[in-house]
Design a protein around this ligand. Structure first.
Ligand code: NAD
Length: 294
């Protein structure tokens, strides 16, 4: 048996297309253009490349892109002043501060200074609380992308056993909340989980967000399980990226699986655009786009 390959690249292109259509309607019918501001502190090459992609895709969706590049030696107070300015700017509907921040800053303090209504990364403590209590919130982009792929593949997720490997605030925890919201029975596994293969073997849905190349192998999986591989890892001596799942063995056992690259990765920016559109609609008291929120 060989699993269905979940094509995140194609799905993300569809999401970007839907966002662009909505944006065009917002402009034509209401004269409103959604705007996303991305703040980058320092010159980390990976962060610079992410910020470039975000800016490019924002413009391609017909939205305004504002980039604020600050030197690595920026103080926390200076960064907070930039965040305040963006909070108060009505042409900015979404604000993203690219992480990681340099060591002299508290990421928590900076993230929690963003207006929660503009927090398109969904990391503000208010959005975390809203998501955890099942209320309308801004949802972190990567887990939202995973949820969209799962809903598209399965329709209803109700009653399924889901195991999320990884408990980070960015992926693991919000992913678990979203799956719970869709009525899965959710287990969060992490570095101290005992007998992880046995835990994973119970899952109808496995979401791997660990950061360990090819850790989850086919013999850990229940036959027919759906595997969502969030991992993005570089392995010395090998070309390209590998996931947290050993694709070659997993594809023989799983029912469906996301590849790396071309699975979850492209969904993250697509969901960032979707969140910016959602934030803009909410700010203007307009109906939210269907199918683009949790
Ligand atoms: P993180 O380092 O913050 O968290 C990793 C988690 O894995 C931790 O909770 C830890 O408890 C758990 N873990 C570590 N070793 C383990 C082990 N041996 N067994 C079980 N659990 C273990 O990482 P993160 O930010 O959540 O990212 C996870 C992966 O997802 C990384 O590869 C990252 O690059 C990738 N990522 C991809 C996207 C995307 O757009 N596709 C977005 C964010 C993160």
């Amino acid at each position: 048996m060989s699993a269905t390959i979940i094509d995140g690249k194609a799905f993300a292109a569809r999401v970007r297309g839907q966002v662009a259509e909505h944006v065009a309607r917002l402009k034509a019918e209401h004269g409103i253009t959604p705007g996303l501001a991305v703040v980058l502190v320092g010159e980390d090459p990976a962060s610079q490349s992410y910020v470039r992609s975000k800016g490019k895709q924002t413009v391609e969706a017909g939205m305004n892109s504002f980039e604020r590049k600050l030197p690595a030696e920026t103080t926390e107070a200076e960064l907070l002043a930039v965040v305040k300015e963006l909070n108060e700017d009505p042409s900015v509907h979404g604000i993203l501060v690219q992480l990681p921040l340099p060591g002299q800053m508290s990421s928590d303090l900076v993230i929690n200074a963003i207006d929660p209504a503009k927090d398109v990364d969904g990391f503000h403590i208010s959005n975390v609380g809203l998501l955890g209590t099942g209320q309308k919130s801004m949802v972190p982009c990567t887990p939202l992308g995973c949820l969209m792929l799962l809903r598209d593949h399965h329709g209803s997720l109700s009653g399924m056993n889901a195991v999320v490997i990884g408990r980070s605030n960015i992926v693991g925890k919000p992913m678990a909340q979203l799956l719970l919201g869709d009525s899965c029975t959710v287990t969060i596994a992490h570095s101290r989980t005992k007998d992880l293969p046995e835990v994973v073997r119970r899952a109808d849905i496995v979401v791997a967000a660990v950061g360990r190349p090819e850790m989850v192998t086919g013999d850990w999986l229940k036959p027919g399980a759906t595997v969502i591989d969030v991992g993005i890892n570089r392995v010395e001596g090998r070309k390209g990226l590998v996931g947290d799942v050993d694709f070659a063995s997993a594809v023989e056992v799983a029912g469906a699986i996301t590849p790396v690259p071309g699975g979850v990765g492209p969904m993250t920016i697509a969901c960032l655009l979707a969140n910016t559109l959602t934030a803009c609609c909410r700010a203007n008291g307009l109906a939210e786009p269907e199918g683009l929120t949790a």
